[in-house]
Design a protein around this ligand. Structure first.
Ligand code: ADP
Ligand code: MG
Length: 450
């Protein structure tokens, strides 16, 4: 017979997945209810970052679930281990600042770990360097400087480093904060005459991680103070990790002495993800959320959104929200309807999306999308597929690799071959050239002009 807490655990997760899917994560299965005592349901969550996430964002839904399942007025408490009082303090820094401030600074998301980080051509170096740094603080690359556009995973990888280090060494003294927080703390300490506290805190770290360092401004003394913090940590062989939206040389307002210090370790750029990576990221996100999604939805979203990963996730959220609000199944059809109003983010608005091309081709040849994506090489499928590839090359800005990836993970040489073949054939084959004209007319009608 299962223990009563097993039952409770299953019911809790089921209730949350049904009523609060947005907070659910795949690791919720590892949360252990240990029993109800004095009106409090205690739940054990070993990892502190996860526990903080639950305390911060999930107390309400868990309380609601516990009350609905037991029919009793209960409170919930998340603890690190059985018998733990439920102290919420996060790792690990001594020094003169108040605990509230410390917690503020080490707010890490359990979603941002190396396990959930998908590696592709655009972020391979940044990822490898981050892993190396986590394994050897101060000894691999120092400083590690990661830069790139918005929504490309800089914050994710910085937090992954922190969590990886904390897992190996829970007592490691880590300062993880945004540049703005660093500035505010500094100016606050200046104002209240607590500079000793500030210096003690920041110069005694094992690792200092500052996100969005491009916000360092020349206007106040923060840049000066940061320079000294940097030097004192660097000289002591302590790890420094920074992120920025531009390379050190391109940050406006950055003093030359800091530019040269940022350049003396490893500078790694993150670039936009390619189509395959976008699909893999969407799949990783759905796994993390414990969602069951047909494969064609990630492929569809990834073909429409190529700007950054935050927007990619935004589209996924939109599809889920649309499906829930309209009580629709999570299908490709639903995804298309949910995103119907969104202009594809790639290129300018006068360009058709690859999806519009595919729709027009499948309509003309009376095929299914899955036929085009399949491995079948029969002429009835191979020719329309090649037409799609040729049209995608002509009308979109996707690379050979991206187009190949889109059509069932094919190699770029396949796309190149298709492009040449259609180009040659349509000059001699009147049927084919008329077919192409008609297909183009269909998607060009849908493409806004101007
Ligand atoms: P940035 O700090 O560069 O603006 P973030 O780190 O906030 O970007 O990333 C935006 C979102 O995209 C986050 O939800 C993050 O988890 C996700 N993301 C970015 N890169 C990856 C990746 N390689 N694998 C999985 N998720 C990613
Ligand atoms: Mg960021």
């Amino acid at each position: 017979m299962p223990a009563p807490t097993d039952d409770l655990k299953v019911q809790l997760t089921a209730f949350l997945r049904k009523n609060h899917p947005e907070i659910c994560r795949h690791w919720f299965d590892e949360i252990e209810p240990t029993g109800i005592d004095g009106g409090v349901l205690t739940l054990v969550v070993g990892e502190s970052v996860r526990r903080n996430y639950l305390q911060r964002t999930c107390s309400g839904p868990f309380t609601e679930a516990a009350q609905a399942i037991t029919g009793r007025l209960l409170a919930v408490r998340f603890v690190g281990e059985v018998g733990d009082g439920g102290d919420t303090k996060v790792a690990a820094t001594s020094g003169g600042l108040a605990v509230a401030e410390l917690e503020e600074q080490l707010l890490l998301s359990p979603d941002y770990t190396f396990d959930t980080f998908v590696v592709g051509p655009g972020n391979r170096l940044a990822h490898a360097a981050s892993v190396a740094v986590s394994a050897n603080l101060g000894g691999a690359y120092n400083p590690l400087f990661i830069h790139g556009g918005v929504g490309l995973g800089k914050t994710h990888v910085l937090q992954a480093i922190c969590q990886c280090v904390l897992r190996q060494r829970p007592s490691a003294r880590i300062g993880y904060l945004s540049c703005q927080t660093f500035s505010e703390l500094f100016l606050g300490c200046v104002k209240s005459g607590r500079m000793q506290d500030f210096r003690h805190r920041f110069r005694n770290l094992d690792m200092l991680v500052i996100d969005d360092i491009h916000f360092l401004s020349k206007r106040d003394q923060t840049q000066e103070e940061f320079f000294h913090t940097f030097n004192s940590l660097y000289q002591a062989g302590k790890q420094i990790v920074l992120s920025s939206d531009a390379s050190p040389n391109e940050i406006p307002d950055l003093e030359a002495r800091l530019v040269s210090r940022f350049n003396c370790g490893l500078v790694a750029r993150v670039d936009k993800p390619c189509y395959e990576t976008r699909v893999a990221i969407l799949k990783a996100k759905t796994a993390l959320l414990g969602l069951d999604l047909p494969d064609d939805i990630p492929a569809f979203i990834a073909s429409r959104v190529d700007t950054n990963i935050r927007e990619l996730e935004g589209s996924l959220t939109k599809v889920r929200g649309f499906a829930m609000a309209n009580a629709l199944p999570l299908s490709l059809e639903t995804a298309k309807r949910a995103l119907a109003d969104d202009r594809p983010s790639s290129g300018v608005s006068t360009k058709p999306s690859i999806q519009m091309i595919v729709d027009a081709v499948t309509l003309y040849y009376d095929l299914k999308l899955s036929d085009l994506m399949s491995k079948r090489r029969h002429k009835s499928v191979a020719l329309p597929r090649q037409v799609c590839m040729w049209l995608a090359r002509k009308h979109t800005r996707y690379s050979l690799e991206e187009i190949g990836g889109y059509f069932g993970g094919r190699d770029h040489t396949t796309v190149l071959h298709a492009e040449k073949k259609i180009e040659n054939t349509r000059n001699t084959d009147l049927d084919l050239s008329q077919a192409i004209d008609r297909i183009e007319a269909v998607f060009q009608r849908q493409t806004p002009v101007g």
